[in-house]
Design a binder for this molecule. Structure first.
Ligand code: SF4
Length: 461
């Protein structure tokens, strides 16, 4: 299956696509199998084993509560955040969940078995769910891998991602194939991606769903700019977006382009503060990197001629182009911090955003490819070392910095004619290989870098 733009941009909850959204989806798949096989009423016990990075940073990423809610039948796309809090409070008080919403099972976060030192061969984000009868017999068991961006692969089930069939003509799995396709058929990158999406749904549906994604992104940033106080966890990180918004709004009531960089920073900050507090979020392509694409889209809509003239069409072209670039990272490398470090999350998002903006600025497909390449080339080696296992430091500011990098990459590419020495395919392969060589300390385990050099008791920001 080719990767769909709706695989990369999906609505969920914070703070992590791989450690919150993915585990909740995995628990949902497990429950679906129990229900589909008519087994759920025979279950008396559920055992949860977490391995590798899920075990190492699950506590800071909300992994265990996400699994409990997933086992009850909640989905990250639809659960309301206040409902989530209410339900978790009840589970913690009772020490019980309602499996599939109907079978009472004794299970809490502390019952889950954590094995941070055990890395399963297939992926560092792994979890095994097992259901037992009253007599102790295994009713159903499966192992799930949360492979980044909320994608989940089950050991025994077929891949259910919703992308189009990639066998037909008109599909691309590399930047070289994408460029050849655009040149052969006279397409922009967004048109090539739209054609791929339209194998499974109408163009009208694609446009409608992309505008919904945009609306959720905008609501998320508005929420972020309206809330103050401290983010969850013991880092004591104060939310900054609301205060910044109030001051910036007063300084720049006319939205002068001279303040563009400040607004871009603010959007990224607001989205990532919402993510860190477990709010409603769009993976782009992950939660930790979710602020970059909304921030650069904000720039495209507010400060480019195309965005000012037709915001809806600009949104659709931006997200399709970013999705086309993101699909290459998903296909050819990884968007999982636990697999390749932060270069796979924030680096991929910056590359996607740079490509999207380059098209909106009037770039040719080769300039789009160049912009995406520049943004990743200068993200190579970026490690994942979140302090306290929380998606806060360095994640929140890193999104703002990388949104700026994406805008700069797009503007640099537009100054050239699209010819350049390092291809996007080469830089994607370099990112993958660098990630494979990277020490596990720097791959979402919070055992290296800032995570060990900064005390979690330090008051930041
Ligand atoms: S450091 Fe990067 S990859 Fe790691 S949690 Fe933060 S945003 Fe995600």
């Amino acid at each position: 299956m080719a990767v769909s733009v709706f695989d990369l941009f999906s609505v969920g909850i914070g703070p992590s696509s791989s450690h919150t959204v993915g585990p909740m989806r995995a628990a949902g798949l497990f429950v679906d199998e129990l229900v589909g096989r008519d087994m759920v009423d025979h279950v008396a016990e559920v055992r949860v084993d977490l391995f590798g990075s899920l075990a190492a940073t699950g506590a800071g990423h909300g992994t265990m509560p996400a699994i409990l809610l997933g086992l009850e039948g909640y989905r990250p796309e639809t659960i309301e955040t206040d409902e989530m809090e209410r339900r978790l409070a009840t589970i913690r008080a009772d020490g019980k969940i309602l499996l599939a919403g109907r079978v009472v099972i004794a299970l809490t976060e502390s019952d889950m078995q954590l094995q941070p030192g055990r890395r399963l061969e297939q992926h560092p984000n792994a979890m095994t769910l097992a259901a037992f009868s009253a007599g102790g017999a295994v009713v159903y068991r499966d192992t799930y891998f949360s492979v980044g961006g909320g994608f989940v692969v089950a050991e025994t089930l077929p891949d259910r991602s919703e992308g189009a069939d990639a066998c037909a003509d008109g599909f691309f799995r590399s930047a070289a194939e994408l460029l050849a396709l655009t040149e052969r058929d006279g397409l922009s990158v967004s048109q090539a991606m739209m054609r791929q999406e339209c194998v499974n749904r109408s163009e009208a549906e694609v446009r409608e769903r992309l505008l919904h994604i945009r609306d959720v992104m905008v609501a998320c940033q508005a929420n972020g700019m309206s809330r103050d106080g401290f983010l969850p966890g013991n880092l004591q990180v104060r939310r900054r977006a609301r205060d910044w918004f109030v001051r910036l709004d007063a300084e720049d009531p006319q939205r002068d382009p001279a303040f563009a960089e400040d607004w871009v920073n603010l959007v990224a900050l607001a989205v990532n503060e919402e993510n860190a507090s477990g709010g409603r979020i769009v993976t782009a392509p992950t939660n930790g990197a979710a602020g970059i694409i909304p921030a650069v889209l904000h720039y495209a809509l507010r400060y480019t001629p195309a965005g000012i003239a037709d915001p809806d069409d600009t949104t659709i072209r931006f997200l399709l182009t970013a999705g086309a670039i993101g699909s290459l990272y998903k296909e050819r490398a990884s968007i999982s911090g636990a697999e390749v470090g932060c270069q796979g999350e924030v680096g991929s998002a910056a590359s996607m955003a740079a490509g999207g903006l380059a098209e909106i600025l009037g770039g040719t497909p080769r300039q789009v490819e160049n912009a995406a390449e520049i943004a990743m080339e200068h993200s190579l080696g970026l490690t994942c070392d979140p302090i306290g296992g929380l998606v806060q430091i360095p994640c929140i500011e890193r999104n703002a910095i990388s949104a700026g990098k994406a805008i700069n990459a797009a503007r640099m590419a537009l100054r050239g004619d699209g010819t350049h020495r390092v291809s996007l395919d080469q830089v994607i392969e370099t990112m993958r290989a660098t990630g494979m060589d990277m020490s596990a300390k720097y791959k979402e385990t919070s055992t290296g870098g800032l995570a060990v050099n900064v005390s979690v008791n330090v008051v930041e920001c």
